[in-house]
Design a protein around this ligand. Structure first.
Ligand SMILES: Nc1ncnc2c1ncn2[C@@H]1O[C@H](COP(=O)(O)OP(=O)(O)O)[C@@H](O)[C@H]1O
Ligand SMILES: [Mg+2]
Length: 591
């Protein structure tokens, strides 16, 4: 330990993040105290064993007194029994604590991340969050569980062993200290180098999994372009790099082990030699020598354990720092201190007032520029425009996924920034362009619309969304597992699931990002009928891709480059807006 102390100062700072572990450990203080008690008892028993051994040898062998020999055997056995039981108990409690703490950290991080707004995910890759949730927590786990157990045990046996060594023979204790420094010093120096190699090796492993993840998520693209060979080569290249880095680490480790063993056995020989001389000259008894060797062994292995643990503790501190960063992340979009309440019966009036908005990652480009729109309760308004015009952006802003640069959005005359975003989102239903299905049954997937809904209500919603017939034809009906990415359903079927969700949610305001690309004529007819039912009696904004939709709507907005180009009915716009006329011809398939 004294050797590690010399380089302690710069690292004291790097260990600070471990303090953030305390709030997670505190709830289990009782377990921690029990673990400490077990640790103390186990260590005391362990330190008592060499004393028993000494008396066993000295009075047993030397005086040939059978009765006292038996007594020391019983002592020795009792000490080893106490040690075994409490060592096991300590192991159980401390490891339990480690697992519990890490489980709580995982929950806390996930709970935090899932509340972040889209701007956060634009700068933080979801893969990074995933790796923090798994790799970083595992690092913390290794030290807060077994690592902590080893550290505590080693500190106690190091300190206790040293005291007992001095008590056994002060001169030999000094030798031991010198010996330990000689052995531990190279372990620390080389260990630092090995650690940097092992970090590199981990980065290379992360590369390979990143590469594999990328291709596994796009299997069909890979195969459609017959890129299998190319991807296999890229993967093999990454694996090779990771293997080579690992080999460098292993080689260094092997050298270290060899050096450490040579040093340890040299020391041991030296001790034995000095010890036997001391026994010969009568300075020490044979029992004392045995006792001394046992303590030296305790102290030496504790020092080695601590020095190799040191690196792991530092890595865990780094991991904890990254986790704390996530734990301290705060969404930009939050509820005001005193949020206003929406009326119990939301009428569904919407007003965009001179809205100017740029995405955080593209501050110079206005996704919406001076956008003004007022929608009356129950009205349906269609938004059309070329791709990238800002149509979906207007929905994201209404749901308050981002805040505006200037302007205002109001619902029922209340500025949406004065509402709790969750209260706001409860009254708005979104049928997105791409339906996300979760890895659960069809029943549960629809129930996401309103988690409290009964099975009957879910089925009714599916019927209204024209989804009941295809769901009932699935292998297990409503209980059919839809697969992680819903690959077992066609685009039109997925969209009807999304519509069923919205019907179940029954929101006063409905946002439809209508997609036609994935629909054949038959599903389009079914989806259209479902949508007509859904739009009835509620305020609806629809991003329209279908002639059938726009023709029915009195007011159509034409958006281009974030600006409102024209407003009117289909007939009026075909006359007055060249952009609309062009869109109508290209997108809606004729006028
Ligand atoms: N998350 C984002 N970050 C940065 N730019 C975005 C983001 N989402 C959309 N954009 C950009 O904002 C503009 C409007 O996009 P969007 O509203 O999705 O268009 P669309 O009318 O096709 O729905 C486009 O130029 C698009 O590239
Ligand atoms: Mg869009």
């Amino acid at each position: 330990m004294s050797t590690a102390g010399s380089s302690d100062r710069p690292k004291a700072d790097s260990l600070r993040p471990l303090r953030t572990l305390w709030p997670f450990i505190r709830p289990y203080a009782a377990t921690l105290i029990a673990a400490m008690a077990a640790l103390l008892l186990a260590s005391a028993a362990m330190l008592a064993m060499p004393v028993a051994l000494r008396y066993l040898i000295d009075s047993g062998f030397a005086s040939q007194n059978a009765a006292s020999m038996e007594r020391y055997f019983i002592w020795f056995l009792a000490a080893s029994l106490v040690f075994s039981v409490f060592a096991a108990l300590r192991y159980y409690l401390v490891t339990w604590l480690g697992e519990r703490v890490v489980a709580d950290i995982r929950n806390a991080v996930y709970d935090r991340v899932i509340r972040m707004d889209p701007a956060f995910f634009e700068i933080t890759r979801s893969g990074e969050v995933l790796s923090r949730l798994t790799t970083d927590t595992t690092l913390v786990q290794s030290i807060s569980g077994t690592g902590l157990s080893i550290a505590l045990r080693s500190v106690l046996s190091l300190v206790g062993g040293l005291i007992m060594l001095v008590w056994t023979s002060p001169r030999m204790a000094v030798y031991t200290l010198v010996g330990i420094v000689v052995v531990v010093l190279p372990v620390i120096v080389v260990g630092r180098y090995i650690r940097s190699l092992s970090r590199q090796s981990q980065d290379r492993v992360a590369d390979t999994s990143g590469l594999a993840g990328e291709t596994l998520n796009a299997m069909q693209t890979v195969q459609a372009f017959t890129l299998e060979d190319l991807q296999a080569q890229r993967y093999a290249g990454a694996v090779k790099a990771s293997f080579q880095t690992a080999v460098r680490r292993i080689r260094m480790n092997a050298v270290l082990v060899a050096v450490a063993f040579v040093l340890v056995f040299c020391m041991l020989t030296l001790f034995l030699w000095a010890g036997s001389r001391a026994v010969q000259t009568g300075e020490m008894s044979g029992g004392q020598l045995a006792q001394f060797l046992m303590y030296a062994f305790f102290v030496g292995s504790a020092a080695t354990a601590l020095s190799s643990l040191w690196g792991e503790i530092q890595r865990a501190a780094g991991a904890m720092e990254r986790l704390t960063e996530l734990l301290h992340a705060r969404p930009n979009i939050t509820a005001p201190a005193q949020p206003l309440a929406l009326p119990g019966e939301v009428r569904g009036q919407i007003a965009f007032e001179h809205v100017v908005f740029s995405y955080p990652s593209r501050p110079d480009e206005r996704a919406l520029d001076d956008f003004t729109l007022s929608v009356e309760p129950g009205e349906t308004v269609a938004i059309v425009g070329p791709s990238g015009a800002g149509k979906s952006t207007s929905f994201q802003l209404l749901l308050r996924f981002y805040d505006l640069q200037s302007g205002r959005i109001r619902i029922d005359d209340i500025d949406i920034t004065r509402l709790d975003p969750r209260a706001l989102r409860r009254v708005v239903g979104l049928v997105p362009q791409e339906t996300v299905l979760f890895g659960e049954s069809a029943m549960e997937n629809i129930r996401y619309g309103r988690p409290a809904a009964s099975d009957e209500e879910v089925k009714e919603a599916a019927r209204l969304a024209a989804a009941d017939r295809f769901i009932e034809r699935l292998p297990e009906g409503y209980e059919t597992y839809l697969g992680e990415r819903g690959t077992r359903l066609s685009g039109g079927q997925r969209q009807r699931i999304a519509i069923a969700r919205a019907i179940l949610k029954d929101p006063p305001i409905l946002l439809l990002d209508e997609a036609t690309s994935s629909l054949d004529a038959e599903s389009e007819r079914l989806v259209q009928a479902a949508l007509d039912g859904l739009m009835k009696n509620r305020t609806t904004l629809v991003i329209a891709h279908r002639l059938a939709t726009v023709k029915k709507v009195n007011r159509i907005l034409v958006l281009d480059h974030g600006r409102l180009e024209a407003v009117g009915s289909h007939e009026a716009l075909v006359e007055n807006s060249p952009l609309y006329a062009q869109l109508a011809e290209l997108q809606f398939g004729g006028v």
